[in-house]
Design a protein around this ligand. Structure first.
Ligand SMILES: *Cc1c(COP(=O)(O)O)cnc(C)c1O
Length: 391
């Protein structure tokens, strides 16, 4: 069929440019050690920051929810899909984060598609950090608002742009809380300050800050002491919370309106009972104790210090996201393969996900790694780094 030939060309083009991704297959539950393509390896690239993806309390809550509520909601939230479980999660999340209200969605990606187009339209202007996540970019496109990109975390540039569009009907500043490739944190305190000056709304996508930043993992708002000052916090239940789902937390007015008008809430089925109950169990655990969050950070600290001592460049991360900069596409891919041969699962990240010249192995440790696991990783990095002449 000639009409599909263009796909062969597109795929060949990806392969030629080292951009064709061979997806590894996981044959176990998520944990410090997992089974990948039939091999037991140390997992250093999942978003399972706190080990919740395989936590006994979350699994128990999910099983109980299946017995009590079945496996599917069989409706969208606004018709017959809102169960007591959904409301319980939303209330507990809002309390945990110290904000007025929360609404849950099917994913973090979807939460951005829900909130941005619902509150912004063609007469409005969005100010978006140039490194924002794809789901924010798509949410902005869907809204039809004019989207102005400001330089990464550059407050002078943001202010300049706010000045330029002062007369817009509504203004919204959007930033990732933690930037997932470099692990740096948006200066949310300064963003809120400049937003107040120009009467702009503020929104942080806290996907990598949730369960990580702030007291006991309460996220970026808590990290900066900005409770109820960030108008919208978007988050995911798929990273530190270990399950799946997303949410918008913040001002009650915004949440109330999303329940009426957000399209993924109105036109796509609710998250199933088991997942919702598991998410609530994760929030409960974090509300009770900051032990896992502390362990996550101390593991990250050991890993980073060890890598730096070996001579690796880990960039300017401020979080457990640890980029190991190799700065060459072919070498980065070879590095990841050699790590795998040494029983380490850590994926390479190359252009277009990151700029050319900043190719890297991105490490994400978790609270479930033992001290021995971290040392195992450092030994493998030393061996592969020397073999490939990176250190
Ligand atoms: C991972 C991520 C998302 C997507 O979350 P899902 O729940 O996996 O859909 C959205 N925004 C940011 C910043 C992310 O890092």
């Amino acid at each position: 069929m000639a009409k599909l030939d263009f796909l062969d060309e597109l795929i060949d083009d990806l392969k030629e440019h080292n951009m064709f991704n061979t997806i590894r297959t996981i044959g176990s539950s998520m944990g410090a050690w997992i089974n990948v393509d039939g091999k037991k390896v140390l997992n250093l690239c999942a978003n399972n920051y706190l080990g919740f993806a395989d936590h006994p309390r979350l699994k128990e809550a999910a099983k109980k929810a299946i017995d009590g509520f079945g496996v599917g909601p069989a409706a969208v939230r606004s018709i017959a899909g809102t169960m007591t479980l959904h409301l319980e999660l939303e209330e507990k999340l809002a309390n945990f984060k110290g904000v007025e209200a929360a609404i849950s969605f099917q994913g973090g990606f979807i939460a951005n598609q829900a909130v941005i187009p619902t509150i912004m339209g063609a007469e409005d202007v969005i100010f978006s950090d140039e490194l924002n996540h794809a789901s924010i970019i798509d949410g902005c496109r869907l809204s039809k608002a004019k989207t102005v990109r400001y330089k990464h975390c550059d407050m002078a540039d943001l202010e300049e742009k706010l000045k330029q569009y002062q007369s817009a009907r509504r203004k919204l500043i959007i930033t990732d809380g933690v930037f997932s490739m470099d692990g740096d944190v948006a200066p949310m305190d300064e963003i809120v300050e400049v937003a107040e000056k120009y009467d702009a709304m503020t929104m942080a996508d806290d996907a990598h800050g949730e369960g990580v930043l702030g007291r006991g993992g309460r996220g970026i708002g808590d990290h900066f002491g900005l409770h109820n000052k960030v108008d919208i916090e978007v988050g995911t239940m798929s990273k530190a919370f270990g399950v799946v789902g997303g949410y918008v937390a913040g001002k009650k007015k915004i949440v109330d309106y999303l329940r009426q008008r957000a399209r993924p809430f109105l036109f796509s089925s609710a998250v199933p009972p088991a997942d919702v109950a598991a998410c609530t169990a994760a929030v409960d655990i974090l509300t009770e104790s900051d032990e896992l969050v502390k362990r996550l950070w101390s593991n990250a600290d050991k890993l980073k210090k060890g890598l730096n001592a070996l001579g690796f460049d880990t960039g300017h991360t401020q979080t457990p996201i640890t980029p190991v900069l190799i700065r060459d596409a072919a070498k980065t891919i070879a590095f990841s393969k050699a790590l795998f041969e040494n029983d380490i699962f850590a994926m390479s990240i190359t252009f277009p996900t990151v700029p050319q010249g900043t190719e890297r192995i991105r490490l994400m440790n978790s609270a479930t790694h033992s001290e021995k696991d971290i040392q195992f990783a450092l030994d493998a990095f030393e061996k592969v780094g020397k073999d490939l002449k990176v250190i």
